[in-house]
Design a protein around this ligand. Structure first.
Ligand SMILES: [Zn+2]
Length: 263
């Protein structure tokens, strides 16, 4: 790991391998970039990069029209809070070598069977077992394709949602974590409200009521997992409190700050 980080993930990984740990890249020294690299570059220009995130948005089922807003919001969080953000719709990015560059992988509104090949699934499992972080947002629990490991990583599988969107009071049951510390005890907001096939085997952070958990976290198979069922609407990503929730979830999963998700 570099102590001074000035470039995008892709560029840096390449240069690090070549030049070793003592390295100060200038912006001109490494062009190109690609999907998501620009945001990380801007963040790095301001302060040292704290960690690296990959945002995965592949869908083979329903596709939420809020994906672009979600990606933009996470890029902005990366810029402001000094973590790099790469984005992809390509499951081929799930190989051991590439995933090893990241601290956290965010499944943003993935649906259906976004990762079909067993080699790619094994690579992601290996990433988690090596201490990696996972954040699932909203439809990330709406997964098919017989991958029980992934369902356990998320914590529960989507069953249904209430019709349309509506404003509801969310009960924030644990306000001590990074994902919830900025939230009020009763957080009233508009979303599409999920129900799950089973109660998550995880530490619940927020819920509609006892029977309707909405956000949770747990340690799983050597890694850290944080899931939020919220984030259906485009406007979610413009809400400062939802952005704070998302940021905290990403930081927790990335292993920055405490991870109080026992019990
Ligand atoms: Zn939805």
């Amino acid at each position: 790991m570099l102590s001074v980080k000035t470039k995008s993930v892709r560029c840096k990984a390449k240069q690090t391998a070549r030049l070793g740990p003592i390295l100060l890249l200038t912006a001109a020294a490494c062009g190109g970039g690609g999907d998501g690299a620009a945001a990380g570059r801007e963040a790095a220009a301001a302060k040292p990069e704290r960690f690296r995130a990959l945002v995965f948005t592949k869908t083979t089922g329903f596709r939420h029209d809020s994906i672009p807003q979600g990606v933009a919001a996470i890029r902005e969080l990366g810029r402001r809070h000094a973590f790099s953000v790469d984005t992809t719709e390509n499951a081929a990015r799930f190989d051991r070598r590439r995933l090893a560059r990241y601290d956290v992988v965010i499944f943003l509104q993935t649906t259906g069977t976004p990762i079909r090949r067993s080699k790619q699934r094994r690579a992601f499992e290996q990433f988690i077992r090596a201490g990696g972080g996972f954040v699932g947002v909203h439809a990330a629990s709406d997964t098919r394709g017989r991958w029980p490991w992934y369902e356990r990583l998320v914590g529960a599988r989507f069953k249904r949602h209430d019709p349309g969107t509506s404003e509801r009071p969310v009960e924030v049951v644990d306000r001590r974590t990074r994902a919830t510390r900025k939230l009020p005890a009763t957080w009233t907001r508009t979303d599409e409200w999920y129900e799950f096939r089973s109660r998550p085997r995880a530490h619940v952070l927020a819920q509609l009521d006892e029977s309707r958990p909405l956000a949770w976290c747990h340690r799983y198979d050597g890694g850290r997992s944080v899931y939020t069922a919220m984030g259906h609407t485009q406007s979610s990503y413009a809400e400062p409190l939802f952005a704070a929730h998302l940021l905290g979830a990403i930081e927790m999963a990335a292993g920055r700050g405490s991870f109080n998700c026992e019990g």
